[in-house]
Design a protein around this ligand. Structure first.
Ligand SMILES: *Cc1c(COP(=O)(O)O)cnc(C)c1O
Length: 397
């Protein structure tokens, strides 16, 4: 039984994406009759191994790198952890790590853990537009810097870091560079070997593939210390491969290359954003509007509370996001918006909309209508037009 509402307007593609039906079709045999273990020597196993290698070549061709540089993992988080921990293990005398204040929690939480174990962490600040100063990076690199780990495209604001320059600085200073390209892949050209990036992380479920599969690119001249020990993936990532999902990721990579030049998603995002800014006075875009992923719009709605807005939008069938939910289900103001020097009030009054391959022009138009009506309703009910408290929200929901 499906519990998905019949009319759902999904504008949360930075959280996860719908699996492309072509990916599902390619995966099906590997979930049914083709159940071999890729490490087995008989035909059933060899077929699975061939399928994994085909997927590896497809991912390599999207990244314009060599197949041997691709390691399949269980998720983006594992790839990120593996890259940073590899650098720490490979050169244990280097006890300094550089990252930024706006990274994904996979990077931030690992660095907090490493700080407890004695590593020194420099978190580079961003300006109010979410951009990074290259001078800050240059000044932060030290002889004992083990690795620089930075996002390419920010999952909350879409703001892009200048990865080409960052990679060049790291090369010049002879320090390892890991790039979290989970949001960049499929939206822009990501060619790590051409840029001299040492490690790069990807995730399947942000690329129209199922959850639970990821990629770690490791440049062929880069030393690598595994996170898990065992024999698979050339002893670089142990554990029997998730054949079906890896096959799916290969197909997803092929489709990503075909969709890369498409302007459709950017047009929906821009149409949506401009209509909202025009219809709702006082609204503003969070993050540099030019240096941004083409699908993401993070908008400040003054005198509204994002938690109440999310409830109402969900009621109308629209999925978007605000900050990150904690275990109790309530929402923390986004650490990314806070790092951009925004007030708590602004961070709590902002929503992220992220478009994807399966959105349509008609959906864009309904989304505009739903968001405008919802925010207007929210403001009418807001006492003195100040922020609405969520405690007051349910009585008139
Ligand atoms: C989703 C995401 C991750 C984590 O990927 P998972 O596969 O969910 O572990 C890491 N970085 C960014 C930027 C992301 O958006």
């Amino acid at each position: 039984m499906s519990t998905k509402p019949s009319e759902i307007l999904y504008l949360d593609n930075n959280a996860t994406t719908q699996v492309d039906p072509q990916v599902v079709a390619e995966m099906m045999p590997w979930l049914t009759e083709q159940y071999g273990n890729p490490s087995s020597v008989y035909r059933l196993g060899r077929l699975a191994a061939d399928a994994v290698e085909k997927a590896r070549s497809r991912v390599a061709s999207l990244l314009k790198c060599q197949a041997e540089e691709i390691i399949f993992t269980s998720c983006g988080t594992e790839s990120i952890n593996s890259a940073i921990l590899s650098a720490c293990a490979t050169d244990p005398d280097k006890r300094h790590i550089i990252t930024s204040t706006v990274e994904h929690s996979a990077t931030i939480k690992l660095c907090q853990q490493l700080a407890r174990r004695g590593w020194e962490i420099t978190s580079l600040p961003v300006n109010s537009a979410g951009c990074l100063e290259l001078e800050c990076l240059k000044n932060a690199i030290r002889p004992d810097t083990a690795i620089v780990s930075l996002l390419w495209g920010n999952n909350e604001t879409g703001v892009l870091f200048p990865i080409q320059e960052i990679a060049r600085i790291c090369r010049e200073k002879n320090v390892l560079f890991h790039c979290d390209a989970v949001q960049a892949i499929g939206k822009l050209e990501v060619h790590p070997s051409q840029l001299g990036i040492h490690y790069l992380s990807l995730s399947g479920h942000k690329l129209y593939c199922p959850k639970g599969v990821g990629v770690l690119y490791v440049g062929k001249r880069v030393r690598f210390t595994p996170l898990l020990y065992g024999s698979q993936e050339n002893s670089r990532r142990a554990g029997t491969q998730n054949v079906a999902s890896i096959v799916g990721l290969g197909k997803a990579a092929e489709l990503a290359a075909q969709h890369l030049t498409e302007k459709r998603i950017r047009i929906y995002r821009d149409t949506f954003e401009q209509a909202i800014l025009k219809a709702l006075p006082g609204t503003e875009v969070n993050g540099d509007p030019a240096q941004r992923l083409s699908n993401t719009s993070n908008i400040y709605f003054p005198s509204t509370e994002s938690e109440a807005a999310l409830l109402l939008l969900d009621h109308a069938g629209l999925c978007c996001s605000a900050g990150s939910a904690c275990s109790s289900g309530s929402i923390h103001p986004s650490h990314v918006l806070k790092a951009m020097d925004m007030s708590n009030e602004r961070a709590r009054s902002s929503l992220r909309f992220s478009f994807g391959r399966f959105n349509t022009e008609a959906e864009t138009q309904s989304a505009i209508q739903i968001v405008v009506e919802t925010i207007q309703k929210l403001k009418q009910h807001s006492p003195n037009n100040g922020p609405v408290s969520t405690a007051a929200a349910p009585s008139w929901l």
